[in-house]
Design a protein around this ligand. Structure first.
Ligand SMILES: C[S@@+](CC[C@H](N)C(=O)[O-])C[C@H]1O[C@@H](n2cnc3c(N)ncnc32)[C@H](O)[C@@H]1O
Length: 309
């Protein structure tokens, strides 16, 4: 079973730039949300559902392969995930065991729903790719008058090795490891606009959201235990990393220096793997045997139906 997963991972790494593989990477490595996410959002939704209407339809925009939707299945009769990528939607459909959940290819600016027909719009780790104003106008169109929107995301992980009994040593390794993870993540090709939405934890989106009542919640944390191989899987699934590697490959080809070996020397994720294992003094262990706690701070912006003049 573990061998199968390792083999699947190795095959995925090889063909990473094909987006079908990216969709599979998402379903394997982007399941980061804590169980507290859905209750936190639903408490807000219930508080602003002032007429006490039955909640029927939830939509997630930019749903990827459906990692966030899973958390909401018990709250609505009808849940629809929308994503611009046909590969992500295909991956989501293939792994969907829920009769009340369906998926469709669609655009955040032209959602395939009638005006005033949706109770809750979710947008997980995706709004930073959108034109925020255009998207929020579309949210307002599809929401029922008592409807709500919840926009959430995450940025840097804090990583702590498991099994280090001494608290001072554990803290030291956490600091070093988390700093290496930060350097690795920002090493990818991030557009400035995307980075600034994420580094301020969507505070700017909270300010832009024209809901009469709104909240910016930064209290939630992921609660994951991953090995190095899984953390690398997450880093490999990041589009700025893939863009960086694509550019690096093109650069080496331009100067006739390309080989897989040469490219590997510039691979920021491989450099991270090597430096982390050295810093944590585990170079003699397999990646799958080195475990850590991985905490992503989850930031959530919630509002009732935005108002536009
Ligand atoms: C980082 S993934 C987030 C996946 C998932 N919601 C999560 O929380 O893990 C961002 C997704 O937004 C989608 N996306 C980007 N632009 C879009 C657009 N204009 N309309 C709909 N989806 C879009 C991408 O295809 C991608 O699957």
């Amino acid at each position: 079973m573990a061998e199968n997963k390792d083999m699947k991972e190795a095959v995925l790494r090889k063909t990473l730039f094909q987006s079908k593989n990216m969709a599979q990477m998402y379903s394997l490595y982007r399941d980061v949300y804590p169980d507290t996410l859905a209750p936190t959002i639903m408490d807000f939704v219930h508080a602003y559902n002032k007429v006490g209407a039955k909640l029927e339809r939830m939509v997630e925009v930019g749903c990827g392969s459906g990692q966030a939707i899973k958390k909401f299945v018990s709250y609505f009769d009808n849940i629809i995930g929308i994503d611009i990528s046909a590969e992500q939607i295909q991956e989501a459909e293939q792994n969907n065991p829920f009769p009340n959940v369906s998926y469709a290819v669609g655009d955040a600016y032209q959602l395939p729903f009638d005006t005033g027909s949706v109770d809750v719009v979710l947008c997980g780790e995706a709004i930073h790719f959108f034109d925020v104003d255009k998207f929020l106008r579309e949210v307002t169109r599809v929401l029922r008058p008592q409807g709500c929107v919840a926009i959430f995301g995450y940025w840097m992980p804090v990583i702590t090795p498991v099994g280090v009994a001494d608290a001072i040593e554990r803290d030291r390794l956490q600091k070093i490891g988390s700093e290496l993870a930060r350097k690795c993540k920002v090493g990818g090709c991030y557009m400035e606009k995307i980075k600034s939405h994420l580094t301020c934890e969507y505070k700017d989106i909270y300010e832009q959201l024209s809901s009469p009542d709104k909240v910016h919640n930064t209290d939630l944390k992921s609660d994951l235990e991953w090995n190095i191989s899984q953390l690398l899987g997450y880093f490999n699934s990041l589009s700025p990393y893939n863009l960086y590697m694509k550019k690096k490959k093109e650069e080496l080809e331009r100067i006739s220096q390309f080989s897989e070996e040469e490219l590997k020397k510039h691979d920021i994720n491989e450099i991270f793997r090597r430096d982390l294992k050295k810093a944590w003094n585990v170079t003699d262990q397999n990646d799958t045997d080195v475990w850590m706690k991985v905490e992503f701070g989850i930031f959530v912006v919630m509002g009732n139906r935005p108002v536009f003049n």
